[in-house]
Write a protein that binds this ligand. Structure first.
Ligand code: ATP
Length: 151
């Protein structure tokens, strides 16, 4: 038995498929969603979404969003999301450098732009960490059940 999973970001469908389990970074903690799960709506932290399909695991970064769970479908509406395999490390490094530089130049008093810079820094750090940790292992059989450290 499988559950359909759709991960949609603001600009594209990042993933869709029938999977065995989806692990989400819910704001109340990591959640493993199996077929026939009780319906629920949750907001998502910055973190990793992991899906297992026929024993093969795929890992996605997600920069916040919401997830709706129904017994036969999980829908993730992400602020931004990408498969770790498609993360452009150079782009994330450049984004990180820009954010660090902007943070040094901005005063904390300029609240709105400071928060935007902080969010850009968190997105780039998330992408760089995920690429470093999961890029080579992304094609290996499941790592579900292992504990994430340092998110
Ligand atoms: P940048 O300043 O490089 O655009 P950003 O954090 O502002 O980074 P977002 O607004 O979060 O980018 O994302 C815009 C789109 O680009 C999304 O579809 C996101 O998945 C994609 N994206 C952003 N950074 C990367 C990256 N390093 N590798 C692959 N895709 C990325």
């Amino acid at each position: 038995m499988t559950i359909h999973c759709e991960i949609v970001s603001q600009d594209r469908i990042v993933f869709q498929g029938d999977v065995d389990i989806v692990v989400l970074p819910g704001t109340d903690g990591e959640m493993g969603i199996l077929p026939n799960h009780t319906p629920l709506l949750t907001t998502l932290n910055f973190g990793l979404i992991r899906v297992r399909q026929k024993g093969q695991e795929e890992v996605f970064t997600v920069a916040g969003g919401v997830a709706e769970v129904q017994p036969t479908i999980v829908t993730v509406l992400a602020d931004a999301a990408e498969n770790v395999a498609e993360i452009d490390v150079k782009r994330a490094e450049a984004a990180r450098e820009r954010a660090v530089k902007a943070m040094e130049e901005k005063s904390r008093d300029e609240q709105d732009s400071y928060l935007a810079i902080e969010a850009a820094l968190r997105r780039s750090n998330l992408r760089l960490d995920a690429a470093r940790r999961y890029r080579r292992s992304a094609q290996r059989p499941s790592r579900l059940g292992e504990t994430d450290k340092g998110d």
